[in-house]
Design a protein around this ligand. Structure first.
Ligand code: NAD
Length: 492
């Protein structure tokens, strides 16, 4: 795809309206389905099978069987090879997957093709490499008459529940390490964007990953996800989604003392000091909020700017934002796609209205938009005159809406940044690297970017402080989420 070409017209391969269980397409109970919509055109892409609570036993048993059979028996090195093969196969079909993701979610093809899908491939390869390097320890104990060692064993059947904003990418953050550690997976993708997950599971079987290792059951959150959370034969839930749902899952998972990792919401501060490279900071603030339509858990949605630089940063930001027009997500030049659904756009617009009602001013944007008379688009929006206590500064809007707030001293910036229930990510911009490091250390967040924003890597752990969740995905740290440690004492 060239950066200047026409809209992509590839007809993607769509999965059948079936669940993917035990290596094959199967009908859900009652043959239920729901339509999945392209939010840019408001057209139905296809029907997606809808699992019910009664459908959850089947994938769990398939996963259990694979765990006790083929998957549990192959060597760790062969497991790694199979995950690597899946990454290769996905890379060969990358345009097909990217088009499906863009149609289902509304994100620009530029992002699906050059960021999301390559990152999925990279994540799978990163964990394929780990598969035969997950080791225990031998431990020196207090007495001479005992040998002690530890084993790292798979947790068992993992229930993965994922959101709609980076559908396949966030699934790969779970599937990659779960499979590398020898687990099997039952995946419930978000209903709005289930297509790529179904395609990946079918591809896994095609490349030789044993039947039952990766099962996909789209369906209602409370009905299918909730049944998974309380299912006695699922050993662990790996959840990414909103804090409110995550809290409910944590309570429900407690009944079976299920292993649980939670990647939840955010309201990330991006702090710009007057001594930073202001052009770079304005560009970083712009990308920090408008990349992915702002439907990004770590979006830099609160911009704190040192007062003496506030107006200059705002001017640069508005100038950039004026050039960002919503467009056909399948066009290679588009950088702002459609919000994922009508309901999501209504929710984002209602925040803008509420903010203005509380005294915020619209510096740019603030309204819905259409492309060719259709779609759930929205103008990229910057609000000023915002107090950190307002809803637009405290609640996750999950759309292309930035609030700017001036500050005077570094300590004040840290206090304002930390005055949030969330702690997912943060940005710090300064040429004084000592100050930047000090501020980074004081920020309550799982990730801090200095003089950049939105950088992710399969090798670097990612996760939240406070109500942004617990556990770290990616990196070596994610292996801890998918293994149990067994201690073995041997008498000498
Ligand atoms: P959501 O919480 O509504 O849904 C997430 C998933 O949970 C979906 O698959 C949904 O069907 C399922 N679900 C809903 N109710 C459930 C229940 N009672 N039991 C079990 N599963 C249930 O979130 P969303 O709207 O799909 O995604 C947006 C949210 O995800 C935002 O809050 C965003 O910050 C968060 N998110 C966090 C990260 C991170 O890494 N921290 C990454 C992306 C998105």
């Amino acid at each position: 795809m060239s950066g200047t070409g026409e809209a992509i017209e590839l007809q993607p391969q769509l999965p059948p309206a079936r669940l993917f269980i035990g290596g094959e397409w199967v009908e859900p109970e009652g043959n239920r389905s729901f339509p999945t919509e392209n939010p840019a055109t408001e057209e139905v892409i296809c029907e997606v099978a809808s699992a019910s609570a009664a459908d959850v036993d089947r994938p769990v048993e398939a996963a259990r069987c694979a765990q006790d059979g083929d998957w549990g028996e192959i060597s760790a090195r062969d497991r790694g090879k199979l995950i690597w093969r899946l990454a290769d196969a996905l890379e060969e079909r990358i345009e097909d997957f990217a088009v499906v993701e863009t149609m289902d979610n509304g994100k620009p093809i530029f992002e699906s093709l050059y960021v999301d899908m390559p990152s999925v491939v990279d994540c799978l390869r990163y964990y394929a490499g780990w598969a035969d390097k997950i080791t225990g320890e031998t431990l020196p104990l207090s007495g001479p008459m005992v040998l002690n060692y530890t084993l790292r064993e798979p947790v068992g059947v993992v229930g993965a529940i994922t959101p709609w904003n980076f559908p396949l990418l966030l699934a790969s953050w779970k599937i990659g390490p779960a499979l590398a550690c020898g687990n099997t997976v039952v995946h419930k993708p978000a209903s709005l964007t289930a297509l790529s997950a179904l395609k990946l599971a079918a591809l896994a079987t095609e490349v030789g990953i044993p039947a039952g290792v990766l099962n996909v059951v789209p369906g209602g959150g409370a009905e299918v996800g909730g049944t998974m959370v309380s299912h006695p034969r699922i050993n662990k839930i790996a959840f990414t989604g909103s804090t409110v749902v995550g809290v409910g899952i944590a309570k429900q998972a407690a009944d079976t003392v299920k292993r649980l990792s939670l990647e939840l919401g955010g309201k990330s501060p991006n702090i710009v000091f007057a001594d930073s490279d202001l052009d770079a900071a304005a560009k970083g603030a712009f990308n920090g909020i408008f990349y992915g339509k702002g439907e990004v858990c770590a979006a830099g949605s609160r911009l704190f700017v040192e007062r003496s630089a506030h107006d200059e940063i705002l001017e640069k930001l508005v100038a950039r934002t004026e050039r960002l027009q919503p467009g056909d997500p399948l066009h290679p030049k588009t950088r702002l796609g459609a919000l994922v659904s009508k309901g999501q756009r209504e929710s984002v617009l209602s925040y803008v209205e509420k903010g203005c009602g509380e005294g915020a001013e619209v510096a740019i944007g603030g309204t819905a938009a259409e492309v060719d008379g259709k779609g759930y688009f929205m103008q990229p929006t910057v609000l000023t005159g915002v107090d950190n206590s307002m809803a637009v500064a405290q609640e996750e809007i999950f759309g292309p809406v930035l609030v700017t707030i001036p500050f005077d001293e570094p300590e004040e910036a840290v206090t304002l940044a930390n005055a949030s229930i969330y702690g997912l990510a943060a940005g710090v911009w300064s040429r004084d690297i000592g100050k930047a490091h000090r501020v980074a250390a004081q920020i309550e967040a799982g990730t801090v970017w200095i003089n950049q924003y939105n950088w992710y890597d399969a090798g670097a752990p990612f996760g939240g402080y406070k109500q942004s969740g617990y556990g770290r995905e990616l990196g070596r740290q994610a292996l801890d989420l998918y293994t149990e440690t067994k201690t073995v004492f041997v008498g000498k």
